[in-house]
Each structure stands twice: as structure tokens, then as C-alpha cells.
Design a protein around this ligand. Structure first.
Ligand code: GRF
Length: 186
């Protein structure tokens, strides 16, 4: 299947999706990386891996106008599945509807806990013993939608948000390619 990935920054999850796609038994290939931040670090990785990129600053555009451009780029590349990977934009209802069942997101918490930002600090502040990450189908509500897969990590004595984020990110990089492959195969 042809996959398009939307990023806004570092792009480490995008890189893990690309790397997993190089396995001989991968059911998908990454054919486009889109960023709403023209200097997102992840774009360099994509370009270095020969993946076409589409970077366009959303500033000064309505959400619908911007999403229409992104949608057009995805359709032009014959993308079949969309993976959000650190894409820090809310999506318009029409865009979400157009990719229903074929757009996934990774979120750094054990959803339904801690939707939104600062998930690691919030898990620490709550005194949780466990934390983790979730891959889910994207619906209109933020960090909502049917859960496809989760991975857990322990919260350890002395953890700060950065240490915890690092532990979760290792799991994200394994979980996301596996969950996307499973969705595509089913
Ligand atoms: C990840 O923690 C992801 O779960 C969240 O934003 C972060 C993006 O990191 N949605 P990266 O850009 O994939 O490195």
C-alpha cells in the first residue's frame, strides 16, 4: 500500500515507518512526507531517503484551505493510507472524513488517558505506575478514535518527563510500523 506521512517536527516516528518499510515483507511503502513546517527536521531524512516531500506553511491560510492542499498532494501521489507522526495541527472534518479508516495517529500516552499535550508530565503528576503509547484510527476528536495497538512502559523512581519520553519513544518506534502494517494487512 502507498503511505503518506504528515509531520511537523523531528520526524523520528516517520523515520521508523520508513525504515520498517524497507523490510522485504513490508506491506507498505512511504511515497510522500508532508509537513506544515517548512524547516521540519524530518524533511531532511525523507529527502535523503529519496521520498518526495511537500512542505507548506499553514500560516495565513484557513484550516480548510490548507487541508485541501494537503489532501490534493496526497491524492496526487496516489496515497492510500495516511500516518500522522508528530503532526501538530487539528484536522478539518472534511479531511478526516475523506480518510476515514485509512488514517492513523500515534499518541504518547495510554489512551484514553492524557489526550493532548504534555502527556509525560501529566502521567508523572498523576503518580501513575505505567505509561506508554497508542496507535489509533483518526476521527474528528483530538487523540480519539478506535485504538489499534498500545505499548506500555514502567514509570521509574526518579523519572522526569524527558527520561519518560525517551522510554516511551523507543516503544513508539516499534509499535507504529507494526500497527500500520497490521491495519494494511487486515
Ligand atoms: C511523538 O511522541 C508522538 O507520539 C507525538 O509527537 C511526538 C513526535 O515525535 N504525537 P517525532 O516527530 O515522531 O520524533
Amino acid at each position: 500500500a502507498r503511505v503518506g506521512i504528515l509531520i511537523s517536527g523531528r520526524g523520528s516516528n516517520m523515520a521508523s515507518l520508513v525504515e520498517a518499510s524497507h523490510a522485504p515483507d513490508s506491506p507498505y511503502e512511504v511515497v510522500l512526507v508532508v509537513s506544515n513546517v517548512p524547516d521540519a527536521a524530518g524533511l531532511a531524512f525523507a529527502a535523503a531517503n529519496g521520498i518526495p516531500t511537500f512542505a507548506i506553511n499553514h500560516k495565513g491560510m484557513t484550516r480548510v484551505a490548507f487541508d485541501t492542499l494537503v489532501d490534493g498532494a496526497l491524492r496526487d501521489a496516489s496515497v492510500e493510507y495516511v500516518a500522522l507522526a508528530g503532526y501538530m495541527r487539528l484536522l478539518s472534518p472534511g479531511f478526516v472524513a475523506g480518510w476515514a479508516g485509512r488514517m492513523v495517529n500515534i499518541h504518547p500516552s495510554l489512551l484514553p488517558l492524557y489526550k493532548g499535550l504534555d502527556t509525560h508530565q501529566r502521567a508523572l503528576d498523576a503518580g501513575d505506575a505505567r505509561h506508554g503509547c497508542t496507535v489509533h484510527l483518526v476521527t474528528e476528536a483530538l487523540d480519539d478514535g478506535p485504538i489499534l495497538a498500545q505499548a506500555e512502559v514502567p514509570i521509574l523512581e526518579g523519572d522526569d518527563a524527558e527520561a519518560l519520553a525517551t522510554r516511551v519513544l523507543i516503544e513508539e518506534h516499534k509499535l507504529y510500523p507494526a500497527a500500520l502494517a497490521e491495519l494494511i494487512r487486515r
